[in-house]
Write a protein that binds this ligand. Structure first.
Ligand code: ZN
Length: 410
């Protein structure tokens, strides 16, 4: 109640000062009767008490909620508040939790930063309560919130939470590592970019890099008996080749990208239909086995089958059902992951050249770009070959085509 004390000091310093309390019809000034001052003081004390009580009550409520494993505040995107057994708890929001899972996965892709991922969030319909896009700092808060892996952060402390985990701890930690990663070291000469990315065509081992007169040279470590001479390749020459390959991926007309994405989507839709059919078939088999198990039980009741023999047959039915259930869950997930990866690879292919040339892109991210977009980068004697993946091969071919049509070709 600092304000009240200040009000008193302020009033008693100067006769002409007055404070009007409109609601209470009291006017205080220095020569106010002591009764009025007393009233004022009482009010201040009561108000202070009232506020303290409120805070205490609220704290008690919070503490109780926290002790029960629930956060006494609105949950981050992907969750919603539901009432269960009269209690307000947090559970997945069926409309947003998949998108939020996807955002965490995407955050590991080299083309995404907090700044760019927040646009993706808007695109996925993950927005503030007022329907506005998240600010950069808000997006940062969301992506670093351990709520997603079962920890409630509240008033500067952490508490174990009972909300379901939205993502694995592994994914969460990987995202944290990326977010907190410092700017790439300037001394990348000690950490060759192509380390672990380029292989020897002869033996399949990684090319090793060494510094000579300020330049990095790569070669195969294995000295094969058959080949006495060891060939070296200059790192900058390989990087130049790679940049050329990344340039070939860029489509001058966005229609090509739209077309590819649509194609991929159709492919996905087809697989979804196949999945649904496959799942229906599995469901039917499960039902059939259940009926057989029921009949077996009837036989047991009728005394047609006994003890151990019944148990063995029954167990084998149950294990078969479990296997089928497992199969059912696996297929749809697999197709979806493939599709999502395809989409993000197409996106990456368009930004890769610029990202690769940017010195703010970390070496780790650059290596991810290379391993995602190229099937293989290899050295054979004195020649380096860079092989696209099936998808990037298609993009390059179609980009080249549209460049020619549009007259970009040199
Ligand atoms: Zn070799």
């Amino acid at each position: 109640m600092h304000d009240a004390v200040e009000t008193h000091d302020w009033l008693t310093k100067d006769e002409s000062r007055k404070v009007h309390f409109v609601k209470d019809a009291i006017v205080l000034h220095k020569s106010s009767r002591s009764q009025e001052w007393l009233n004022w003081g009482m009010r201040v004390v009561l108000a202070k008490n009232y506020i303290d009580n409120l805070r205490e009550e609220a704290m008690k409520g919070w503490a109780e909620k926290l002790a029960q494993g629930w956060m006494p505040a609105p949950p981050p995107p992907g969750y919603m508040t539901v009432v269960r057994d009269g209690k307000r708890i947090h559970h997945f929001n069926p409309e947003t939790y998949r998108s939020m899972q996807r955002i965490f996965q995407l955050m590991l892709e080299p083309q995404y930063t907090i700044e760019t991922i927040r646009h993706k969030m808007t695109e996925f319909g993950l927005v503030t309560g007022k329907g506005r896009p998240f600010s950069k700092s808000h997006a940062h808060r969301i992506l670093t919130n351990p709520f997603y892996i079962g920890t409630i952060r509240f008033n500067g402390n952490e508490y174990p939470g009972k909300q379901p985990h939205l993502i694995s701890e592994e994914l969460f930690n990987a995202v944290q590592a990326k977010i907190s990663r410092k700017r790439p070291a300037k001394y990348r000469k000690h950490n060759p970019l192509l380390k672990g990315v380029m292989v020897c065509e002869h033996c399949g081992k990684n090319i090793t890099w060494q510094l000579q007169k300020g330049r990095l040279y790569g070669s195969c470590q294995r000295k094969l008996e058959a080949r006495k001479k060891q060939s070296f390749v200059r790192e900058d020459a390989v990087l130049e080749l790679i940049q050329g390959k990344l340039d070939e991926l860029i489509c001058p007309s966005p229609e090509v990208i739209t077309w590819l994405t649509t194609l991929l989507h159709q492919d996905f839709q087809l697989s979804v239909n196949n999945v649904e059919e496959a799942q229906k078939a599995l469901d039917e088999r499960i039902e059939r086995i259940k009926r057989m198990d029921d009949m077996l039980y009837d036989d047991k009741l009728a005394g047609l089958i006994f003890g151990e023999r019944y148990q063995n047959k029954h167990d084998s039915f149950i294990s078969e059902i479990n296997d089928l259930q497992k199969q059912k869950g696996g297929i749809s997930q697999e197709y979806e992951t493939k599709y999502m990866n395809g989409i993000s690879e197409i996106e990456l292919s368009q930004d890769a050249k610029q990202l690769f040339a940017d010195e703010n892109t970390s070496s780790d991210d650059k290596r991810i770009i290379l391993t995602k977009l190229f099937e293989k980068i290899s050295l054979k004697d004195n020649s380096v070959s860079v092989t696209y993946t099936k998808l990037t091969q298609a993009i390059a071919r179609n980009s080249g085509l549209s460049k020619e049509i549009l007259g970009y070709a040199k």
